[in-house]
Design a protein. Structure first.
Length: 586
């Protein structure tokens, strides 16, 4: 007699669903941990932390960071390590090896996903491709970016790839039964300060219209086609723009942000429920988010901000790797006079050499509510512009509002400190410009840092100057923020109002392949600073010579050269801000 299979009744089905091991597993929540690092900027070893949220003790160091990463991995078996850019630039070791020193160390980290930053492009398009793209990248960090394309319409170096993405836009991983989609965004601009052709053959999607449309499409693709449970945006677009993206595009669970060097002491939670975090700079902190996942959704989260300091021991393997890449840069028999890839000069002395002293802490990192906020001014940039002005004899010394740098406590200044401040191989030159050009530079940088439409930002902070002082209203209209601009007359040593039609001598960064530019500004009568043999001087060596010219080889820069007429906006969350995340709205 054949066996007749009767359908199970609802009661029997319910019993199976309640008591089967499979069903029990589905009911159990999974904890997925995101480990987040970003904006390391070439820092291999610790540096002092001199801002108000520190006590001057050493922070950072990749060997200590890796110890913390491994501890999290041991405690949280379902994890992903995500690095969000600006990694292979920012130090002498990074500069002279075109990023390889950082790659050699971080290849031990087992990075699960990497979103490159604007400074990853600093060594040129082909070096970027060699490091991060293709089947066998030198940095096998699973690099992703949805917003950079090959663009050689006139038969340039990548004409055969015209219109194709340089990198995959996202990756999908299953971790602990959770299907995770990580979408990558790089910068919307290359580091044009080092030359107009640095990203030749590449095109970045425009922030705002193009980027927003791309993110919206790819989030839907991850949700609908790949059926992911979790969407993570790994983005080097900066805290302000990443908040804007998360607030306007539904479906993003977490944004791991870099670029602005902000520290989210707690995640910023958008009205749509997206968590947004950023991890400061120089490897001084590491972020951890533990996400509770149930039935394909985030049902809870916990955030920890790990300060990387002397309480964390160095990991022996990474410490050895750091020593190996630094051996040819520091004092000892292995020291090598490396060749600067930008200007052809040689490293003249070990980077641990003391070359001068300072009476004030040198950095540019203060929060927006503090005196001399970093978005406006920094003691390190005041010091550097004094050096440029003094060594060239110019009316004005200038520097762009670079966010990268380091912290130098009152006391000795070492070569490696100067390379953290000047890690992109400029020459220093003097040229002539009109007062109205200087006014335009001031106003364009102020609008590019403070515009309440944050998608209009142009990267970095305000220019800093030597021989120039001004008042600044952060809430004024574009072109009207700076007032009472005065220039110090070298002959009389008196401050005089800026004359828009007058010609001033102006000293700053210069690159030989852009002979008519200083600081990307058209100038006349360019004079490159040279040594006694008539050879161009590297920018760091210009600052060394400045220090050696001072009494007791000690710098004491005058501060507060830009006076805010009104305080910057208050933070929009519990986290302090360096650059106002909503700009300065009128």
């Amino acid at each position: 007699m054949p066996l007749i299979r009767q359908p199970l009744g609802w009661a029997a089905l319910l019993a199976v669903s309640l008591f089967s091991p499979w069903a029990a597993a589905q009911e159990q929540p999974t904890t997925l941990t995101l480990i987040h690092m970003g904006d390391v900027h070439g820092h291999l070893v610790p540096r002092p932390h001199l801002r108000s949220d520190g006590n001057g003790a050493l922070q950072g160091g990749l060997a200590r960071m890796y110890t913390r990463i491994e501890a999290i991995r041991q405690a949280r078996p379902h994890h992903l390590l995500v690095n969000t850019g600006d990694t292979v630039q920012g130090s002498a070791e990074a500069l002279y090896t075109r990023g390889q020193a950082l790659v050699d160390v971080l290849n031990h980290f087992r990075i699960d996903a990497f979103a490159p930053g604007n400074w990853e492009f600093v060594y040129g398009s082909q070096r970027f491709i060699d490091l991060f793209a293709g089947q066998r990248p030198l940095a096998p960090w699973n690099t992703i970016a949805a917003n950079v394309y090959y663009d050689s319409p006139d038969g340039g170096p990548y004409a055969d790839k015209q219109g194709q993405r340089v990198l995959p836009p996202y990756l999908v991983r299953e971790v602990g039964g959770v299907k995770v989609g990580i979408l990558g965004l790089t910068t919307d601009r290359g580091p044009q300060v080092v030359g107009r052709s640095v990203t030749k053959g590449l095109r970045f999607l425009k922030n705002g219209t193009e980027v927003d449309a791309q993110v919206r499409t790819l989030v839907a693709e991850l949700r609908q086609q790949h059926k992911v449970d979790l969407v993570v945006l790994a983005s080097e677009m900066g805290m302000a723009n990443n908040i804007r993206l998360a607030e306007s595009i539904p479906g993003i669970d977490v944004v791991l942000s870099s670029d602005m060097h902000e520290i989210a002491t707690q995640p910023y939670v958008t009205p749509t429920g997206t968590l947004v975090i950023e991890e400061g700079q120089d490897g001084t902190v590491l972020g951890q988010i533990d996400l509770t996942m149930r039935h394909g959704k985030v049902t809870g989260w916990k955030h920890q901000l790990h300060v990387i300091d002397e309480r964390t021991p160095e990991h022996p393997q990474i410490a050895a790797a750091v020593r190996k890449v630094r051996k040819s840069f520091v004092s000892g028999p292995g020291f090598t006079q490396h060749v600067n890839p930008f200007n052809g000069t040689r490293l003249p002395r070990p980077i641990d050499t003391v070359v001068g002293h300072t009476t004030v802490a040198l950095h540019r990192s203060n929060f927006s509510h503090e005196a001399m906020p970093a978005v406006i001014e920094g003691s390190s940039h005041d010091f550097l512009t004094d050096a440029f002005r003094a060594q060239t004899g110019a009316d004005i010394g200038a520097i762009r509002g670079f966010r990268y740098g380091t912290h130098v406590a009152p006391g000795p200044i070492r070569m490696e400190d100067l390379y953290h401040f000047i890690p992109i191989g400029p020459l220093i030159a003097k040229g002539e410009l009109q007062g109205k050009q200087l006014k335009g530079q001031i106003e364009n940088a102020a609008d590019g840092s403070l515009n309440p439409q944050v998608q209009e930002w142009t990267g970095g902070w305000l220019f800093n100057f030597s021989g120039v002082e001004m008042d600044l209203n952060p809430y004024a209209a574009k072109g009207q923020r700076a007032a009472n601009i005065r220039v110090l007359d070298r002959a009389s040593q008196q401050w005089q109002p800026l004359d828009p039609e007058r010609t001033y001598s102006y000293a700053s960064y210069h690159y030989a392949h852009d002979p008519d530019l200083i600081n990307v500004v058209p100038v006349k009568n360019v004079q490159i600073l040279k040594d006694e043999q008539g050879q161009p001087l590297d920018g760091v060596e210009v600052v060394v010579r400045y220090l050696q010219s001072l009494p007791n080889q000690t710098a004491s820069p005058v501060l507060n050269r830009i006076r805010l007429t009104q305080p910057l906006p208050k933070p929009i969350s519990a986290s302090p801000e360096v650059q106002p995340w909503r700009g300065a709205g009128r």
